[in-house]
Write a protein that binds this ligand. Structure first.
Ligand code: NAD
Length: 352
């Protein structure tokens, strides 16, 4: 790795990201990331916000997610293709850029497949910290794919969740999840049905992938006092909860204009009441109203969370050295002599 100069930009590959997370430690990394996400939610009005820009196809979606706090700019490219898993590919992949608003130069390129799983889990755990019952210890995870272990680890790190009840329509996924999490101090129950998984759960995480209006949770599966962390319903026509649950829940969302298009609440009227998560975090709105209330975090993933994650990794990558410099920005000796730089390169190549 060389020292970063004007024309080179740090690039954090998948390999770098793994080394970085492992060097810091999975739980400390998630805790630090959650702190950064929470701090950025607290200064929500400072961010430039818009719905993400989707490109839908019959089989999935590709999205761009930009935001800025006036000093830094970030965006993520992310896809969601539930059919990918059967073809040996990830359902969700991503990469992102952090840039300097002052001069527009990129500051970092990063893989964001791992980072999305980490930031989604950290955001879910931040929401639950503010919304779930304080004595929550047991979480059901329905959908035991790529995101699931990250969710479990973030809820352990932030909430002290130590009992997991796992269910997936594919028992191979549940066994993979159980084995991956076996060394982390959880008591794990593999369940045969979603109904069995939610028995006695204080928190229910739904994190399935299916491009349709699915009903992972029926109305009678959400008992009083439960917190629902609904992660998998994140695109038009792609939901996980029965509408009746929404009608009985206090609903918390990231950015309402985006969630009304993509979240569980696409099943409700356009003016259905919701509370913005940042308001609860900033102490401007009430979270859980009673021990018997059902709270629902209708997670779809918002650009500020990726911004927080990129900024967090930018600091850590420079501290740990887990990056390489890419020759990404043309840097002629005289800024207006871009063409001359090309001609000089031609001469050098011909002389070689
Ligand atoms: P994945 O394909 O790796 O895993 C999905 C799992 O869900 C699979 O194991 C599958 O068998 C299981 N499943 C499908 N239908 C089911 C059902 N009816 N009951 C139980 N299990 C079922 O996908 P992933 O990367 O883990 O992502 C999961 C979901 O989370 C996707 O829908 C993705 O779009 C979403 N996601 C949301 C956010 C966010 O910020 N809200 C971020 C990342 C991913």
């Amino acid at each position: 790795m060389s020292a970063t100069s004007l024309n080179t930009v740090p690039f954090v590959s998948v390999d770098h990201m793994m080394k970085l997370v492992l060097e810091i430690g999975i739980e400390p990394f998630l805790k630090g990331l959650a702190e950064r996400i929470e701090a950025d939610f607290r200064r929500w009005p400072q961010f430039d916000k818009r719905e993400r820009v989707p490109c839908h196809s019959a089989e999935g979606v590709i999205e761009l997610m930009p935001t800025s706090d006036g000093t830094l700019y970030g965006f993520k490219y992310v896809n969601g293709h539930p059919k990918n898993m059967k073809e040996g590919r990830q359902t969700v992949t991503g990469f992102g850029v952090l840039a300097d608003v002052h001069n527009g130069y990129p500051l970092m390129f990063s893989e964001m497949t791992l980072l999305t799983a980490l930031r989604t889990a950290a955001t879910s755990a931040v929401a639950a910290k503010h919304l779930a019952r304080k004595n929550a210890r047991t979480m059901a995870i329905i959908g035991n794919g790529a995101q699931s272990e990250f969710q479990a680890m973030a809820f352990k790190a932030l909430m002290g969740i130590d009992h997991l009840r796992l269910y997936d329509i594919d028992p191979v996924a549940t066994e993979k999840c159980r084995q991956n999490l076996s060394g982390f101090g959880f008591t794990i129950t593999a369940c045969k049905t979603a109904e069995e998984a939610v028995e006695g759960a204080d928190i229910i995480t739904t994190v399935t992938a299916d491009k349709r209006y699915a009903t992972i949770l029926n109305d009678n599966m959400a008992g009083p006092g439960v917190h629902i962390n609904a992660v998998g319903g994140d695109s038009p026509g792609k939901t996980e909860l029965s509408r009746d649950i929404l009608l009985r829940s206090d609903i918390f969302v990231e950015y309402p204009p985006q969630t009304r298009i993509e979240g569980e609440i696409q099943q409700l009227d356009a003016d259905a009441p919701v509370t913005e998560l940042w308001q609860v975090i900033a102490g401007e709105a009430e979270g859980r109203k009673s021990e018997r209330a059902i709270t629902l975090f209708d997670s779809v993933g918002f650009a500020t969370e990726d911004f927080s994650a990129l900024a967090y990794v930018y600091d850590l990558a420079r501290k740990t050295g887990h990056y390489v410099d890419l020759d990404m920005v043309a840097d002629p000796d005289e800024p207006r002599d871009l063409f001359g730089m090309l001609l000089r390169a031609d001469k050098t190549l011909k002389a070689a």
